[in-house]
Each structure stands twice: as C-alpha cells, then as structure tokens.
Write a protein that binds this ligand. Structure first.
Ligand code: ATP
Ligand code: MG
Length: 424
C-alpha cells in the first residue's frame, strides 16, 4: 500500500531551485550594502526562552498573545521559535558582553515564525534581514539606518517604496498619550471592532495600527502622539527630518505609525508599497532605547530595522526588472566509451582551475547525443562543449552555440581555455 504523503507545515514554504536565484540576488545586494556601511553579521539561535519574547516584545502584543510557536521541551523549559530577531540580538549582546563601552553595528538574516493566517506576503515561516545599532543615541544614526535601507531599494532597482516616519517620544510622553487615547476611544466604544475593544483595555496605541479599513475614520481624528512629545524627542525628530531633507530622502510623517511591537521609543519608520495589497510593509524599524535594560542589561541606546524577504522577492517578481537566473554558461556533452568519460571529467576540472567564474554543467550518466543535447538546451546554457570519440582521438573539442546562429567551432583542447576566456 502506498504510504501517506507527508506535506509541509501550513504557512511554511519550500524555496525551490527555480526561486533561489532571485533570493540569492536580493540577499547578495543587501549584504553588500550592509558591508559597505560597516555593519557586521551576527548569527543567532532560532529557538529562545519564551520569556525573552514576552519580556521584550510585550505581553499584550499580537505576536506574544497569539502568534508564537511555543512549546515545552523534554526538560520542561518553555521555548519559542523566534518571531523576530531583535530580542535574540539583545540577549546575545548582553550575554556575550558586546555592549561594554562599545558601539555595535550588527545585522542578521534568517527565518522567523509567527502563527498567522497564511496569505500572499504573510506566512508562518518567513525570512527577515535586520540590522541593529547599539550605543548611539543621536538622530544621525537613525538617519544612517534609514539611508541604508533606501540604498537597498535603489540597488535592487525598486522605486515604488515610500518612507513613513513618526516619533513615539519618551516613555513618559507615551504614558500620557495612552491615557488621552483611552479617553478618546472610550467615547466611541460601539464603533470599535473586537480587536480594538481588546486593545483599548490592554494596549490602546495598537488601535492606531489596525488594518481594518472601518476603523480608519475614527483613527484619523484621534489625538496625535506628535502633539504630546517631550521637548527632547521633538528636537530629535526635527533633526532627523533635517538630515533626511539634506540627503534628499523623501518621506511622509505619519502620526498613526506606532509599530506592532512595544519596545520602540522616539523614531519609528516603515517602508511601504502599494504593490502587495494589505501586506504592504516591506521594512520596519525604529529606536528602542529601553529594551537592553528591560532584558537585564545596562541602559544602552539602540536603533534597528527588519525587512521581510518574501515581500521583497514578491515585489521583484511583479516588477518589470530582469529576473536573475543561475543557468550554466556551458553544458559539457560527453558521449562515448570510458576513455571519453575520463578525459571529459579531467578536462572539466582543468577548465574550472583556469576559469573559476565559469558555470559548467557536465553531463553525467550515459545517454545518447540527442538526449544530452536536450538536457543542454533545458539547462539554459548558451554553449555546448562536445567531447566524443572522434574528439578524443584528435585531442579536439567541439563547441556549439545553443542560443545564437553561429557556426560550430572545433578547437584543439589546448586552445579551449583561451577561447572561453575571450568570450564575453
Ligand atoms: P504586518 O503589519 O504586515 O503584520 P509587522 O508589523 O508584524 O508586519 P514586523 O514585526 O515589523 O512586522 O516585521 C518586519 C517585517 O517583516 C514586515 O514589515 C514584513 O515585511 C515582514 N513580516 C512580518 N510578518 C510577516 C509574515 N507573517 N510573513 C511574511 N513577512 C512578514
Ligand atoms: Mg504582524
């Protein structure tokens, strides 16, 4: 009897070989920009103590309340798959002494897990690249982070992302604002959806983050946090805007931008697109000066962002931009007896020694000329190298262009490396 098929877990995707070239392309570009700004990679565990997330992200956030993959392991420890990267980064920084009189510019890449309803641009396993800077409190570093993200899109060729910024002020300013919001929304209780009713009791700022269009008119006329800012935060925000103006980055001040996580203060920002429906936030970040202390370290200023790779890849796929591919440059057809195979493999190694950038796919497994040509064609290679018994005897190699009308070429094997070097 056929065995029952085991499928992937809902909301967790395989990224198949035909998709990996675009992923590699995005990752390579972003890593290059991060590197050019002097950010260093940190690699962190996927599993952390559940308490790390409840203490940092906040007990009454969607993530901690209903989106985490949490379980008790064999020792009875409460663990969670990380829903985001910042908490783990702060944990590592404290535990490994990275914040000791040091400025750190760090970045990470990896899977995150949230138990959400899967749809385009929203999955239960997804990938983020994020960066975090520790030990700097000025608006200049906030600006640097934003400028760096702007450079990602520019390098990727994406021009439809819009930047929104806001300031959440100090903790005290937010507490005062929180009360104002409670007073305001309480007057409209009957108009609040279920989520907002719940948030009114637990985390009223999050009502502003609602994705329900019916809530928008009420949110629009709500008191604004920007009007309640403490003087220092006002100054910080004004300077950030000046820096962005100076460097020519376009932005919109969005007074309703509060972010889904609790730990932010002062600067918050999002890069948004209209191309992906309601999953329009590509990148989100801000300042979180109290988090290090909240997790058990000293007071260390911090600012960072995370971007969703699935959403970026979707944007690139939907765009008119040329799609990268990893097709081989040349397909090596080897047809004949054992001697031919031996010489073919040897020749392929010599080519790889001499031309490290050459993408060479060698036909392995005996098969007819015809089927090897079919494979060569399917591989996307532009050139076929052919070694058969004739070539073996005469120390030659035949070259056939697969995508252009050009006559086939027969070369001495000794000339092959030079010939390929001179191809564009
Ligand atoms: P959203 O409002 O779309 O739920 P969020 O505020 O929960 O996003 P963050 O926690 O700030 O998102 O994460 C940063 C980025 O990670 C998002 O802007 C998005 O690009 C991506 N992201 C978040 N959740 C998911 C998910 N479930 N699937 C795919 N990408 C995600
Ligand atoms: Mg979310």
């Amino acid at each position: 009897m056929a065995k029952k098929l085991i499928s992937s877990v809902r909301g967790m995707n395989d990224i198949l070989p035909e998709q990996t070239p675009i992923w590699q392309h995005v990752e390579a570009i972003i890593k290059k920009v991060l590197d050019s700004y002097g950010y260093q990679e940190i690699r962190l565990p996927i599993l952390e103590a559940t308490e790390l997330f409840s203490r940092s992200i906040g007990e009454v956030t969607d993530i901690v309340e209903k989106e985490m993959f949490s379980f008790t392991d064999r020792n009875g420890d409460n663990l969670s798959l990380r829903p985001e990267g910042t908490a783990g980064c702060v944990r590592a920084g404290i535990q490994r002494g990275l914040f000791h009189n040091q400025i750190q510019r760090l970045w990470y890449i990896g899977q995150m897990f949230r138990h959400e309803r899967p749809q385009q641009g929203r999955y239960r396993q997804f990938h983020q690249i994020g960066a975090e800077v520790y030990g700097l409190d000025g608006p200049d570093i906030d600006a640097e982070i934003i400028l760096m993200t702007a450079r990602f899109w520019q390098q990727l060729g994406l021009d439809s992302l819009e930047l929104q910024i806001n300031s959440l002020g100090s903790t005290e300013a937010r507490i005062a604002y929180r009360q104002k919001l409670i007073d305001y929304f309480s007057d409209y209780q009957e108009q609040l959806d279920d989520d907002s009713q719940r948030r009114l009791r637990t985390n009223p700022l999050r009502i502003l983050d609602s994705k329900n269009p019916q809530m928008l008119p009420l949110i629009k006329t709500a008191p604004q946090l920007l009007d309640c800012l403490d003087t220092e935060s006002q100054e910080h925000f004004a300077q950030l805007r000046e820096l962005l103006d100076e460097t020519g980055v376009k932005y919109q001040v969005n007074p309703c931008l509060v972010r889904g996580l609790d730990y932010y203060n002062r600067t918050v920002f999002e890069w948004i697109t209209n191309d992906l429906g309601t999953q329009g936030t590509i990148c989100a970040g801000g300042r979180y000066d109290s988090l290090v202390e909240q997790i058990g370290g000293k007071t260390i200023q911090a600012v960072g962002f995370a971007l969703g790779l699935e959403r970026l890849v979707l944007m690139l796929l939907q765009s008119e931009l040329p799609k990268p591919n990893n097709a081989p440059d040349a397909y090596f057809i080897i047809a004949g007896n054992e001697q031919v195979t031996k010489q073919g493999l040897h020749l392929a190694e010599l080519l790889r020694d001499a031309l490290p950038n050459l993408r060479l796919l060698v036909n392995c497994g005996k098969s007819s000329f015809k089927s090897q040509f079919k494979r060569a064609d399917k591989s996307g290679a532009s050139l076929a190298l052919i070694l058969a018994e004739d070539e073996l005897i005469n120390q030659k190699i035949t070259l056939k262009y697969l995508r252009e009308k050009r006559p086939q070429v027969i070369l001495e094997q000794s000339e092959l490396i030079n010939y390929l070097k001179n191809l564009d």
